[in-house]
Ligand binder design. Sequence first.
Ligand code: MTE
Length: 325
Amino acid sequence: MTGKRNFSHPSWMLPENQATPESVFFNRRSLIKAMGVGSLAAGSNIFGALGTAQAAEDPSAGLYPVARNENYTIERDITPEELNTTYNNFYEFGSHKQISGAAQALNIRPWEIEIDGEVEKPFTIGIDDLLKKMPLEERLYRHRCVERWSMTVPWSGFALSKLVELAKPTSSAKYLRFETFQDSAIATGQKQFWYPWPYIEGVTMEEAVNDVSFMVSGAYGKPVAKQMGAPLRLALPWKFGFKSIKSIVKISFTKQRPVSFWETLLGSEYGFWANVNPEVPHPRWSQVNEQVLGTDEVVPTQLFNGYGELVAHLYDGMEGQELYR
Ligand code: MTE
């Protein structure tokens, strides 16, 4: 990625025929070659080693692994951890996929999460106190990026509905607005002034309390890696991946619909709903198929990414394609 390219078009805003770094990494064999490592299974790369170091120093390490919730298992193979931890979107650390080294600069303790807005009483809670209060479980989720790649991830964490209960929103709360940390001294991507930092995302209250909405604190049976959004991120598997905001420091309950980072930057392409739908193309590429990362498979995209039975009712009565943008 060149600086010039980053200036006007972050990687996933590129027309697909220009998205060469992604296509290189679509194929596991190419990945191994590009990383210059002999075997993914051996976990012998530097980032795997960094992940292990993080797990050792993380005060929450003892909480994992947690029991799997069998309601959320899927037919696909789990994406190899080495791939999932070395192919990431985390623009705070750079507008390309190889940010795992840079993300190790993120200091995840102490880490506080502020809860404010339309709640009985705003409060701030440390991540370890929060984790003690929440019923942790593991869920296997599909993870579908708007760029057309997908993974399968064993996330650990808790239902977002449990955090909503803890927050005690008032009846005027209609949306949740999530905010990522901001510290350009360590996250040098945040020096790119043309992005509207900090990263913001939002959901409706109905979406938040639906059981599929999941707060992630772990993955692969240990604390979630920094490059994947430690110490707390969202997973909304029926929506495109950009809705699943990483490294959250603030959750506000609002009356107004929040405007997200990507919506501010390019609202005509990255809207509020962003529900996965094969029939609604991105304005610059098709969403009919997806590449399963770590394999050579290209498979059909599923409506709501396969979670329709659980989430389609949230959109009853809402018409028009804007639901999926
Ligand atoms: N959250 C923050 N704070 N910054 C980001 O750049 N990228 C999003 C989302 N959450 C992003 C973020 C996008 S585009 C995707 S596809 C997923 O994180 C990627 O998650 P992964 O790296 O764990 O696959």
